[in-house]
Design a protein around this ligand. Structure first.
Ligand code: ZN
Length: 111
């Protein structure tokens, strides 16, 4: 069955090898400068060791460490909200926003 344009848009393409990522287990989302990019798990490791390392975040956004960090950050935001001010508290929501953005724009496209 031929795929429509909409179907192609749902494909997750690895930023390192330009091939399709088919499973969530094989997916790593990472920050590259100011954008979120998908990688195969193996390609991410190679990209980190290669020349992209200067601009590539070394903590996968869909990894356990980042998810825990995002949770801690939300707790900190409550403390900062009351002790420093609401504007500063907003900064602590950036990791959570990134984590959710990764989930809804990339991870949810895979089984
Ligand atoms: Zn790849």
């Amino acid at each position: 069955m031929p795929l429509g344009d909409g179907e192609m848009d749902r494909y997750v393409i690895c930023a390192h090898c330009n091939r399709r990522i088919t499973s969530r287990e094989d997916l790593v989302t990472a920050l590259m400068l100011f954008s979120l990019v998908p990688y195969h798990a193996g390609c991410y490791a190679r990209a980190l060791r290669g020349c992209q390392t200067a601009v590539l975040g070394n903590e996968p956004v869909n990894g356990l460490g980042f998810t825990i960090g995002a949770g801690v950050s939300v707790l900190l935001s409550v403390w900062v909200f009351f002790s420093v001010g609401p504007m500063f508290a907003l900064l602590f929501w950036i990791p959570v926003t990134l984590r959710l953005y990764s989930y809804y724009t990339i991870e949810s496209r895979l089984d």
